[in-house]
Ligand binder design. Sequence first.
Ligand code: PA5
Length: 429
Amino acid sequence: MIKVGFDYVNKDQMVNFDEYEAKVREINDVIHNKTGAGSDFLGWLDYPVNYDKEEIERIIKKADEFKKNYDILVVCGIGGSYLGARAAIEALNGGYKKEGAMEVLYLGNSLDPNYIHETLNYIKDKKFAVCCISKSGTTTETSVSFRILKEMLEEKLGKEGAKDAIVCVTDKEKGALKKLATIEGYETYILPDDIGGRYSVMTPVGLFPIACAGIDIKELLSGLAKAREDFANPDIHTNPCYQYALERNHLYNLGYKVEMLASYEMRLRSLNEWWKQLFDESEGKDGKAVLTASVTFTTDLHSLGQFIQEGSKILYETVIYIEEPDNDVVVPSDKDDLDGLNYLAGKKLSYINHKAYEGTLKAHSESGNVPNITITLDKMSTFNLGYLFFFFMKACAMSAYLLGVNPFNQPGVEIYKKNMFHLLGKKGY
Ligand code: PA5
């Protein structure tokens, strides 16, 4: 499933697991006994086995109905309310719409008038449905886009038709979106109170859009559940999730202030975005934490690769490598060989990509002295993706507690909102 490797981390950059055995056990207890800071937000820990089975059936049924009746799903949400769904859909389906599934587009994640205008223009004459996702129901970006989408659908399909084409994922009883959905009679799914946005991919927040993209959400939950079981192990010597968390904390203490997530798959670019939110929003507080960044190789070896190899020594890399791609392409032979590529004729791109991976690991870690942690998956299957999501979430909780911060709050994101509301003349600001 997942192998975490430290072969490309030099000895002097590597943490000694023995020294942290007791500390890791202690934090594991804090997580599992829910005694640490932010412990009201640990609902994700058991959700992969405790989820509402009836709600999942309703989600699958409604997603099937949407797939039959509409071509496009517009997911309206921001931050934790859309990044997980997008990461999963792109990691499993790639960049283009899958046969028999809906095309998924994203709104409510910015205030950019050009992007919103372009997207509205693209969908206006097509058959589209909307999934509005907001725990609070008061997020400006999401509420503004949803108001526009709702009006568009009502104009196009009438009030009743729009009702069939809209679902909402929100809080159980509080919040403006919950109130609106109840009054309008929209199908609604719940994001539990004890799960924050960046841990919500396993809830209807992620699952409804993922189901509309033709992905088996029960299989995703099985992967999450298996990781939940595997990573409950408190032993630092045998729990790779805690090993990753501990090593990133050690590297931070050695002065490596940036973690760069790298992969060799274009499909994982949105996973990078999900991962960045998970770690930065969880840890970036009290003047502390590693800043996350991401690259897609080999593409970015032709740009940021220079800095990684020879620039200031502020970063380490965590490299995700998928051993078996879903599809492959063979380099053709050419009788004239004008481009000199016949030495690769008959070779698969997966083979060439793998050699690039090996060559880069060596270049960055040996010549560049940049620590490289590796995370290897045999395949990017739905199950493995669920497993990987949980791996990172649990590692993040451990890592934040090692750092001494509350992993589950995000007080810093409120400050810009207050200023913006004041400038916009919102009542009370
Ligand atoms: O992780 C988080 O808490 C945030 O990214 C939120 O998900 C984001 O701000 C959206 O909030 P809401 O779901 O309340 O609209």
